[in-house]
Design a protein around this ligand. Structure first.
Ligand code: 13P
Ligand code: SF4
Length: 336
């Protein structure tokens, strides 16, 4: 049987794990995976991390091929930072509701309507929107980056209104928020969370800032996926409630198997509705095919890539060091 016939299903007669390992060596490839990928993908990856960690890894790897197990905007970041490398994404349809909420033409018009604002844009957006932005942030770098922007500077924050709202409340910055949401974090139910907390008194709630405020109000710790993971390890609590995509619990269960992790529930009382449907499109079979065929590849036109790289480079510099506004200067629409 032609193994290609099995794309999306079982590849009969192929030891997928062994083949992925063989192809990784043959192609001089590195496999990067986000914490929201399934355990089999996390376990075969060379590196598992949050959006900032993965951007840094993509920028510094000397592999010739990056097999990116995450969503499309993450693989695009790898291509923007490492254009000479082949970047493959197991399923090109692995998008993101935040990216979908912010089409480049609408974002450009919004920026043009607010010429005195700079655009601080969450990494969960297309390369074209990054090209129209001044500085990119991730959930783990946003606060540090905000602290380096003068208080008088007016800011548009796109596309996640919940992350933007959380940052505005925490830092006292009055930002203009784009109305996008993550459908995964939006699906947690406050009523069910209150019931779950009552069942496990003393269990801390660790939440991602993509959650709406009514969920964050019940959280004991708010942070990026890597910050939630670190807190899950460090917390003295034996039972911990996790309000983010449940596949991250795989790393927690590996690191501290003696603790109990419970996914925050959706309206139906369980956490299955909080599985990211985009991340779930990537499978071991598709990863194998991507390494075998070096397809589907991420391609970005050079003009967009260079403009997007500027805003990403600012993030990487400002996330690592105390860099001020630098060459950002006065607010203006970039990418023109
Ligand atoms: P982080 O891993 O940066 O916290 O991002 C979470 C996320 O939703 C990625 O899509
Ligand atoms: Fe996008 Fe939410 Fe999925 Fe992350 S979890 S990729 S923000 S839809």
């Amino acid at each position: 049987m032609d193994a290609r016939q099995g794309i999306g299903g079982t590849l009969t007669g192929v030891d997928i794990r062994a083949e992925i390992g063989r192809l990784r060596d043959e192609r001089n490839a590195v496999i990067l995976a986000h914490y929201y990928q399934t355990p089999d993908i996390q376990d075969i990856a060379d590196f598992v991390g949050d959006s900032l960690d993965l951007s840094r890894k993509a920028a510094e790897t000397d592999a010739e091929v990056i097999a990116f197990c995450g969503v499309k905007f993450m693989a695009e970041v790898a291509k923007i930072l490492s254009p000479e490398k082949i970047v493959v994404l197991p399923d090109l349809a692995a998008g993101c509701s935040l990216e979908d909420s912010c089409p480049p033409d609408k974002f450009r018009a919004f920026r043009e309507a607010h010429p005195d604002h700079i655009a601080l844009t969450y990494i969960n957006c297309s390369a074209a929107v990054k090209a129209l932005s001044d500085i990119i942030v991730t959930s783990s770098s946003a606060e540090k980056i905000l602290s380096q922007i003068p208080m008088h500077q007016k800011i548009i924050f796109a596309p996640d209104k919940h992350l933007g709202g959380y940052l505005a409340r925490k830092t006292g910055r009055d930002m203009l928020l784009w109305p996008g949401v993550c459908i995964v974090h939006e699906a947690f139910s406050e009523t069910e969370l209150i019931k779950l907390k009552a069942l496990h008194p003393g269990a801390p709630v660790l939440a991602h800032p993509e959650c709406p405020a009514h969920i964050l109000d019940h959280a004991d710790h708010i942070g990026s996926t890597s910050s939630i993971l670190a807190e899950a390890k460090a917390s003295p609590a034996q039972t911990i409630i996790i309000a983010t995509e449940p596949h991250i619990m795989h790393q927690m269960e590996k690191a501290v198997p003696e603790k109990t992790f419970i996914g925050a529930p959706g309206a139906d009382g369980n956490c299955n509705c909080n599985i990211c449907p985009y991340m779930a499109l990537n499978t071991m079979e598709k990863l194998y095919v991507a390494l075998r065929d070096l397809e589907p590849r991420i391609e970005i036109d050079e003009e967009t890539r260079i403009a997007a790289k500027k805003s990403l480079d600012r993030m990487l510099a400002m996330a690592s060091a105390s860099v001020g506004m630098g060459d950002l200067g006065a607010a203006r629409v970039t990418g023109d």
